[in-house]
Unconditional design. Sequence first.
Length: 281
Amino acid sequence: MPASSSAAASHRRQARLRREYLYRKSLSTKESSDYEAKRRIRDALSQGKSLPTELRASYDKLKQDIDHEDAKHEVNTSHVDDEYGDAGWSDPREVKLLIPNSTRVNRGNQRVDELVEDCKTSDFTDLVVVQETRGEPDGLIVCHLPLGPTAYFTLNGAVLRHDLDGGAAPMSEAYPHIILNQFNSELGKRVGNILKCLFPIPRLDTRRVVTFSNDNDHISFRHHVYSKEGNSEDKVTLYEVGPRFEMRLYQIKLGTLEMKDAETEYVLRPYMNTASKKTAL
């Protein structure tokens, strides 16, 4: 197939996926109300109680839907499930060495829309953009493909591998276990999902660990390998691999990086910095 035909087919596929995603998102409110009605009917039938008065008129249709549901569809879903519905089926790609199966690309003069389109065409699952000022990394953007979301983080306190005290441990290429600490709120779980889906599913015996630890909305990133002493399960030695840095979320958009008009799911407002007792994650 000529390159032009392949590119046109890719454009049509991405446009179709986006239309389907927006349509499913527009139905989320109605589906949530239907799910709640079916849940109340299930509870009434299982407990031998009479049906709620407001549900009697629609009982026949809802009961038919309940009878045809399987274990997957009896649980309420949202556009968030569509965004990460294929997580784990394909290996995530795109910060070389740190993220398995990633590819490092120098942007050069390439426009953002061209970069995103190239990633979609190559079936990348995520695009990670590292921003820097005078050689110091100060921003991180994680864009999930092909539908979004896109999360924006500030970076500070970055220490690269060769700057670690005592030197860094050798870099393992094994898929790492992911530790998400203190991501307790709904937004925190959302951010944790965005971060963990950058990494493929590891083997159970993997001795490489990546940690994202939240403390008052400041996320600390650490990267270690560990070894066991003899056959003891209690004696474990950690070796820092690096890099290490601190992150803070300041925006999530329901779209990909090039979409200027994408809906904003969360944004850090200036006045939020003064609310010391209230945390978002």
